[in-house]
Design a protein around this ligand. Structure first.
Ligand code: ATP
Length: 371
């Protein structure tokens, strides 16, 4: 099967434009994540792909079929929601079996119309039980099949929701923030399980999150979205280390990347906050730029000099293996954040003067338009 192609998708809700003109190709079998802040349009795009929302313009092809106008269940996709969407009065087994039972029911209902049983459309009850049992086994919830959702933990509920998607054996899994109701520890655990599930099933996963860590760890490629537009589509490492747009650089990475207004001083050197930084660029003299430096690109330096920023320590956050040091640097509006190894940094205290060197290969340059 070929992948998924979204072409020139537009969607508005009254005066709000949720998607401007989004085009995207998803490779068959890949794990693709839509990443962006709240309201950027990622859920709307996923729901259009699922057939739960209708686009104003543009088309969606899944595999070799254009699916515009096809109802969700005819698209060969399964959606897993943040809310799990389980039926509280049904047992775990009944919840997981539901898509298969619906299929069986549909087949029976249609049978009289054509005067015979439609082969391949419904499953025998015993086959359904076996499928449910096998899926629950794979998800480690076989011992919970008789319980109701209200008697389960968040992680167990999420597994039931996954199970209900899995029994359909869809060509595409669509997941909308499936882990956001779980506590931090369980989220990391389930993240690994989802990754393993993708590896085992080998089908396409399209995943929506605003959590960078999820996007970075799970995905083959990440789509960074903002204000109804796609800013960049690339592998996680490229999104982080070689962003196309300053808005991507600012959204990805924690603590946030440091941005400085700068001027090209001479070949391969920019002037940042009164110091000369070496950069891998041949731009002409006097060009105005934005220089972006990730917090971990700084390292402690013994004294001021070229390639070194000097500032007063405003605050230190101890993060275990790392320190986040906030520096007030003359001529720079916002505090500069440096992420230093706690092992190598001596005791750094508020109010002291600190020199931090910049590793030239870690400096990113954007023009004043942010590209
Ligand atoms: P979140 O992470 O908060 O779910 P999102 O990136 O998934 O955000 P969408 O839910 O796709 O964003 O919403 C995109 C924009 O469209 C938002 O401004 C939202 O308020 C608006 N929107 C989405 N659905 C509707 C709707 N049914 N009616 C009106 N406006 C909507």
């Amino acid at each position: 099967m070929s992948g998924i192609v979204l072409r020139n998708i537009r969607k508005s809700f009254g005066p709000t434009t949720a998607l401007h003109d989004v085009s995207l190709s998803i490779v068959n079998g890949e794990f693709l994540t839509l990443l962006g802040p709240s309201g950027c349009g990622k859920s709307t795009l996923l729901r259009i792909l699922a057939g739960l929302e209708v686009q104003d313009a543009g088309s969606v092809a899944i595999g070799d079929r254009v699916v515009d106008g096809l109802r969700p269940k005819r698209r060969d996709v399964a959606m897993v929601f943040q809310s799990y969407a389980l039926y509280p009065h049904m047992t775990v087994a009944e919840n997981i079996a539901l898509p298969l039972r619906m299929r069986r029911l549909n087949a029976w209902q249609r049978a009289p119309l054509v005067g015979r049983w439609l082969p391949g459309t419904g499953m025998a009850r015993r086959a359904i039980d076996m499928e449910v049992g096998g899926t629950a086994e794979a998800l480690g919830i076989a011992h919970l099949l008789d319980r109701k959702p209200g008697q389960l933990s968040g992680g167990q509920r999420q597994r039931v929701a996954l199970g209900r998607a899995m029994v359909r054996h869809p060509a595409v899994f669509l997941m909308d923030e499936p882990l956001s109701n779980l506590d931090a520890k369980l989220r990391v655990h389930m993240r690994a399980e989802i990754k393993e599930l993708h590896r085992r099933l080998g089908v396409t996963f399209v995943y929506v999150t605003h959590d960078q860590a999820e996007a970075m760890t799970l995905s083959d490629r990440v789509v960074v979205m903002l204000d109804g537009e796609v800013l960049q589509v690339a592998q996680p490492q490229k999104i982080y280390s070689d962003p196309d747009d300053r808005r991507v650089a600012e959204f990805v990475g924690s603590p946030k990347i440091n941005m400085f207004d700068a001027i090209m001083r001479e070949r391969g050197q920019v002037d940042v906050a009164g110091t000369a930084l070496s950069v891998p660029s041949e731009l002409t003299l006097g060009t105005e730029l934005t220089v972006a430096i990730r917090p971990e690109a700084f390292q402690l330096a013994g004294h001021a000099g070229p390639g070194v920023l000097t500032g007063l320590v405003r605050m230190v956050e101890h993060m275990g293996s790392d320190l986040f040091v906030y520096l007030d640097v003359a001529g720079v509006e916002h505090p500069v954040i440096a992420r230093l190894s706690a092992e190598r940094a001596p005791e750094i205290v508020t109010g002291q003067t600190l020199h931090v060197g910049v590793r030239p290969d870690h400096v990113l340059l954007f023009d004043r338009e942010g590209r």
